[in-house]
Design a protein around this ligand. Structure first.
Ligand SMILES: [Zn+2]
Length: 316
């Protein structure tokens, strides 16, 4: 574990898999100061305390390799906190990866399609209404007789147009379909997806829709993510990318107002049996797919504290 190079006091050197902590906490510092400057002290105060001290324990994995694993930390749970947003996304991805073999066992011949449903950019002040309308439209879509999926997971992403400051909300959906859908009489072509989405949106323009068939899982010979793995990561990533969060103070403040208490991820159809939508107090500490094989020594704890001046977690 700790080596003699003198670098081992940093979390990112000691445990490469925990490297992202530094960058997410650094962006959290910026989000916190934007909220502070906008006099949203309630959010600034909460983010200020988020993940400031991390308690890790020594663990060995199933290969017998020794590493450290997060045992305890305090999370602020602010919607746009970069640290919490990252933890939530990792947690969702892990839950989905854990559920996949069960879904596959229950529906061995079914396949996945990755669908992105968009609308035209809207003014940020109209984001809440726009997303509400999109949710209604999605419900109509799933109720159409021709709708091919028996289960889906859907997330909302909002990006910021750099020139106009307008918002671009869109849905990423992973849909489980019968394999007969491909090449069958009910197969929906790209143009038809667009007009169906237009019909459900009740819009006077033809919206942009992307459809991708996900390749079935191959034998896992490498650690590389296969098609389905990539789709899972894409659907369950952040809902607002970090660079957009910190681009403009007013944009962040209005975004916070607009998305307050809206749902980022929803589950539908048969997938409800395998995945649950999270409660507000979800566990953001234990997010790994696999449980530990062995506790080496429960009493060995290592603490890392956030050093804002150098933007690194440093051993305490
Ligand atoms: Zn947080």
């Amino acid at each position: 574990m700790p080596d003699e190079t003198g670098d081992s006091e940093y979390l990112s050197d000691l445990s490469p898999k925990d490297k992202p902590w530094d960058s997410h906490r650094a962006i959290a510092d910026t989000v916190q100061s934007l909220y502070r400057s906008a006099r949203l002290d309630k959010y600034a105060d909460r983010i200020e305390t988020c993940g400031k001290l991390l308690e890790f324990a020594l663990r060995s994995d199933d290969q017998g390799d020794v590493g450290i694993k997060l045992q305890s930390a305090r999370f602020c749970r602010v919607r746009h906190c970069p640290v919490c947003q990252w933890r939530r996304s990792m947690k969702w991805q892990a839950k989905m990866f854990t559920a996949m073999p069960k879904i596959q066992a229950e529906y061995p011949t079914h396949r996945w399609i990755f669908v992105t449903l968009t609308v035209r950019n809207c003014d940020l002040v109209d984001l809440r209404t726009t997303v509400t309308d999109m949710n209604k439209a999605f419900k109509r879509l799933t109720e159409l007789k021709i709708f091919p999926a028996i289960g889906w997971i859907k997330s909302v992403e909002v990006t910021r147009n750099q020139e106009t400051g307008q918002a671009h909300p869109h849905f990423h959906c992973l849909m489980l379909v019968d394999s007969k859908y491909f090449g069958g009489r009910n197969y929906i072509k790209h143009d038809q997806w667009r007009s169906l989405w237009q019909q459900c949106l009740r819009s006077d323009y033809l919206p942009v829709v992307n459809i991708k068939a996900v390749k079935p899982k191959k034998n896992k010979l490498t650690d590389e993510l296969d098609d389905i793995g990539q789709a899972i990561v894409e659907v369950l990533k952040y809902s607002v990318k970090e660079s957009d969060l910190v681009a403009d103070e007013n944009w962040l403040v209005e975004l916070t107002k607009q998305l307050h208490k809206t749902r980022a991820i929803s589950i539908g159809g048969v997938l409800k049996t395998f995945l649950k939508e999270e409660k507000e107090d979800e566990d953001l500490i234990h997010i790994e797919e696999k449980e530990d094989i062995e506790d080496i020594e429960d009493s060995i704890k290592i603490y890392f504290g956030w050093r804002e001046a150098i933007k690194r977690y440093t051993k305490q």
